[in-house]
Ligand binder design. Structure first.
Ligand code: SF4
Length: 170
């Protein structure tokens, strides 16, 4: 929606397609002493070639712990590479699902499932973590122990943040 954000995302995308992207990322993560990195605040694993680049960067950056959420488990040419990332000791993979996608038919032991709940009563049984659509955040839903604490009233009152919660990368 916002031109500055779109411009930045376009810049990120073109960088990710460069032939030296992998070397540059490995170098930057090392030089800046990055210990935790979440991929794709906006975006996803968009091609097998990009997935292979991610795999290489993770493998060459053992000092850093990575995590990401992805809906690309639905793409047969990408999912095997996502599985390879998930078995790396410094990478946590979340398969994203919602009522529209349903749950992944094949959930490797090394992956967890994050469910985006948009309506009350949706099936969150198979989810390891639940994110709530904004209108649901004010409600006291069951299974609160699975809901991202920054999205619950109780979590907000406690002042929980990703830094104190750590569920996604541990
Ligand atoms: S608060 Fe916890 S569950 Fe929510 S995004 Fe951060 S680390 Fe993940």
């Amino acid at each position: 929606m916002f031109p500055q954000v779109l411009e930045r995302l376009e810049w990120n995308y073109t960088r990710s397609k460069r032939s030296d992207f992998t070397d540059r990322m490995v170098d930057e993560l090392y030089r800046k002493g990055i210990l935790l990195m979440r991929w794709h605040v906006a975006g996803d694993v968009f091609s097998p070639n990009y997935a292979r680049k991610m795999l290489e960067i993770i493998g060459r950056s053992p000092h850093c712990t990575f995590w990401f959420y992805t809906r690309s488990w639905r793409v047969p040419t990408i999912f095997p590479i996502i599985k390879s990332m998930s078995i790396m000791p410094n990478c946590k993979v979340w398969l994203s699902a919602d009522a529209e996608t349903g749950y992944p038919p094949d959930i490797p032991d090394t992956c967890r499932v994050a469910f985006m709940q948009t309506e009350e009563g949706e099936d969150t049984e198979e989810a390891d973590l639940v994110f709530l659509d904004r209108p649901l955040r004010k409600l006291s839903l069951p299974m609160l122990n699975k809901v991202c604490p920054t999205e619950t009233v109780a979590g907000k009152e406690r002042g929980t943040s990703c830094a104190t919660c750590k569920v996604c990368w541990s």
